[in-house]
Structures are given as C-alpha cells and as structure tokens.
Design a protein around this ligand. Structure first.
Ligand code: SF4
Length: 291
C-alpha cells in the first residue's frame, strides 16, 4: 500500500511500483477501502460529475441567507465576455469558476469538498476550464483527481486541511496544493514536477489566516477560492517550466504545520480576528445577528 506520510515516500513507493502516480494512488485507495478498482473509479467519476453539476447549477440570481454572497460569478463571466477583460480567456474562466463554486457553497447548494467545503472552488475552477479548453476527457480528469487526492492525503497526514486547526493556508492552501499537481499531471509532467507544484502552491499561501465574517463560509472564503486557483495555476506553470521549490516539498508541508500551530486562536475560524473583527465583520457576528 502506498505510504502517504510524506511526499518523498509516496514518490518512492510509486517508483518501486512501476505505475504512474495516479494509478498507484488508485491501487492504494482500493487496498485501504477494501474495494475493487472499478468501484474506486466509479466513486471518483461521481465526484467529478458532482463538480460539473454544481458548476452548472449556478445562478447569478442566487443570494446567500446572510446576503453576503451571490452574483459575483455572473459578473465575472459577463466581464470576461465583454472582450476587454484584463486577463485572458482561460484565466478569466478560472476566476469565474472559482467564484461560482464558492457562491454555490454559500447558497447551500451541493458541492464537492476538495478538501473542504470552504475551499470547494479551487479544484473545479482549474479542472473544468482546462477540460473545456484542451478537450480532456473524463478519464484524464479522473486521473488528475487521484493525483490531487494523493497530495491531499499527505497534506492531511503531515499538516492539516482544517481552517480551525491550521488557518486558511490549510484549506485554500491545501486545495491549491492539490490542484497544482493535478494540472501538472494533465500537462504530462513528472511526479517530481507534481511535488514541486504542490510545494510552491503551499509556500505561496503560507500563513493565510482563517477569519470568516460572522463565522460564515462566505467572506472572504468565496474570493479566496480565486487566489487558490491562481496559486495552483502559477505553481503548476512554474513546475512545468522546470522551476523547483528550493525548500524540499516535505519540509514545506512541515513548515505549514508549524505555522498553523503558531496562528492565534482568533485567526482560526473563530470569527474573532482579522476580517471578522472589522466593524463590517462585527455586524455579522452571531450576537449581533440575533438582535
Ligand atoms: S477563511 Fe476559513 S472558513 Fe473561509 S475558506 Fe478559509 S479556512 Fe475556510
């Protein structure tokens, strides 16, 4: 069974197996869950389909219960379609996709937590536009999702994927660090490039605090999915260019765990610090919402 306790171990196990990384992660999933290959693949296909359905279920007219979220995905799509958007078509689509999914979550629609609900927009925001642009079929996307899952398991084992435990670096940062190697896989990169993409994605969001206004997974969460997706894109592109993380990937993840432990309690999903503590944020504090 593949060892997810470190990236180094995961890559070494994979090399010994002679399998591609995604497939070795699939084999390990089957062993761990005691299921057949076809069952594991079916589960991953269902998750991909759920991401697609959530993206398609988006409506620019939906507004969250708090009134804090809604409509930004549609605004971004309209701006992108105007022909005068600052970013190119692909990046504009990624930004719009991240906003859409974040808003779907805020509006209580069905999403795929990857790795968490708050960070649900990052993976689909890069995978779905990539598939549309490059014509990637379902099988290739499913492979990429196994790659993301493998790196996600290492992040969870060595550090955290919980904002309450490790700050937003553990949620949006981990989502970016899963999506980046998935993109490298789609581009035909090596496992080492995937590891470097993961490490660079983590490094670039290291220290990000969790400070949701009113304790709701809306502000800043929805828009942070955009920076997570951008982080994944840029980290993947750097890795594909041959750029490496100077700090070895496992040491980067160890640093993330250490930083997470150092983040004050007020900045770990308690709604008591950062943006949640601003005068605007305080208007949405639970005690003020009840009066
Ligand atoms: S700010 Fe906190 S709740 Fe929002 S996405 Fe980040 S970790 Fe999750």
């Amino acid at each position: 069974m593949i060892d997810f306790s470190s990236i180094e171990q995961m890559l070494r196990d994979t090399e010994q197996s002679g399998l591609p990384l995604w497939e070795n992660i699939l084999v390990s999933d089957c062993e761990r869950q005691g299921i057949e290959r076809s069952q594991s693949l079916e589960k991953m296909r269902r998750m991909l389909a759920a991401m697609r359905q959530a993206d398609e279920s988006y409506s620019g007219g939906d507004v969250s219960h708090s009134g804090l979220s809604g409509g930004d995905g549609a605004k971004m799509a309209a701006y992108a379609a105007s022909g005068s958007a600052l970013c190119g078509d692909f990046v504009s689509e990624v930004i719009a996709g991240a906003l859409r999914m974040g808003e779907c979550n805020a509006c209580m629609k069905r999403i795929v937590a990857a790795p968490t609900a708050g960070a649900c927009g990052v993976m689909p925001a890069v995978l779905l536009p990539y598939a549309r642009r490059f014509g990637s079929g379902e099988d290739k996307l499913v492979e990429a999702m196994y790659v993301a899952a493998g790196f996600g398991m290492v992040l969870a084992a060595k550090a955290s994927i919980s904002g309450a435990e490790g700050g937003c670096q553990a949620e949006i940062g981990s989502a970016a660090a899963m999506a980046a190697p998935a993109l490298v896989h789609l581009e035909g990169g090596s496992p080492e490039q995937m590891a470097n993409a993961c490490a660079m994605a983590v490094k670039n969001l290291l220290g990000l605090v969790c400070d949701p206004v009113g304790g709701l997974v809306e502000v800043p969460c929805v828009k942070r999915n955009v920076i997570g997706a951008m982080d994944a894109l840029s980290a993947a592109q750097m890795a594909l260019a041959g750029i490496v993380s100077r700090v070895p990937p496992d040491q980067v993840i160890d640093a993330m765990a250490e930083v997470g432990r150092s983040i004050p309690h007020t900045l770990r999903e308690t709604g008591k610090g950062g943006l949640a503590a601003t005068p605007f944020g305080q208007r949405f504090a639970p005690q003020n919402m009840n009066v």
